[in-house]
Design a binder for this molecule. Sequence first.
Ligand code: C5P
Length: 237
Amino acid sequence: MDNKPIVALDFSTEKEVTQFLKLFADTQLNLKVGMELFYQQGPAIIYSLKEAGHDVFLDIKLHDIPTTVKKAMTGIAGLGVDMINMHAAGGKVMMEEAREGLDKGTGPNQQKPLLIAVTQLTSTTEEMLRDEQRSVDTIHDSVLHYAGLARDAQADGVVCSTYEAESIGESLGESFLRVTPGIRLNPKNAHDQKRVATPERARELGSTHIVVGRSITQAADPVQSYLEVLRQWEGDK
Ligand code: C5P
């Protein structure tokens, strides 16, 4: 998967997906299939997006005992997705097993899917971390800790807010991916996200990939919004 913005297909029906993608004509896109779409449409939606030439990030955030995650990852590799994720909170052994399962399920002529660990959700606040997760760490330290654990477990990168992307790049290397959701063309429309940024700011702060949902899918003109995201993300080339 290249570093074009990843568009979150947060829809529940194939019809909505088809209508949305029609607007983009033949443009090849990086698309994210999350829980809403995958749990209702299943693997068929992945096959049809791949068939149409798109790259697919399957965002179903696996978090279970190591053996279950390993077996699930083996099956997911067979779907032909380009990127998949899991929760770092599942632990280092779970992430190692995820890597093993993914490698096992990848065919000889197939590109290995990128394995990404979710650190702290971009909807999580400092207060939630303290009061609900009972963590003594700040969000920044917690994200950095999980990123180190994910790197040790041979993951290719993490999902993090753009505010941790620079530190992660500095401490774990620029090739360790920092995939950032919570991107807004207008940061005043944060919805349920808490740690948001514009595409331009995400680029400046060192995210390697951005995930954009509602700023594009709910826009009056999704194609225009996508092009604006792309323009800000690419900067002056
Ligand atoms: O609409 P919005 O741009 O906020 O969508 C962000 C997308 O990224 C959603 O599909 C959400 O599930 C996903 N995501 C996230 N935070 C994470 C991982 C994935 O917001 N840590």
